[in-house]
Design a protein around this ligand. Structure first.
Ligand code: ZN
Length: 71
């Protein structure tokens, strides 16, 4: 579902995603996680039992504004 143009300048939005690199240097897409971040000695962050959703991020080709959806 494409957003109806940039909410700031009405430019056209291009679909993309945010990427991160894990400890094994593999790329993975950023995820939305429910609640506040809680650090963990073993895994960096405690995520067990949290709702996780993949995120799609749209970028305005005119002003660079980002709009993200976790569906
Ligand atoms: Zn814009």
């Amino acid at each position: 579902m494409k957003p109806q143009g940039c909410p700031r300048c009405q430019g056209s939005m291009t679909r993309g995603f945010l990427v991160e690199q894990n400890a094994s240097h593999q790329y993975q897409t950023a995820q939305w996680v429910e609640g506040e971040p809680v650090t963990s000695f073993w895994t960096g962050l405690k995520l067990k039992g949290r709702t996780k959703l993949s995120v799609e991020t749209w970028r305005c080709s005119r002003c660079g504004f980002l709009e993200s959806y976790a569906r």
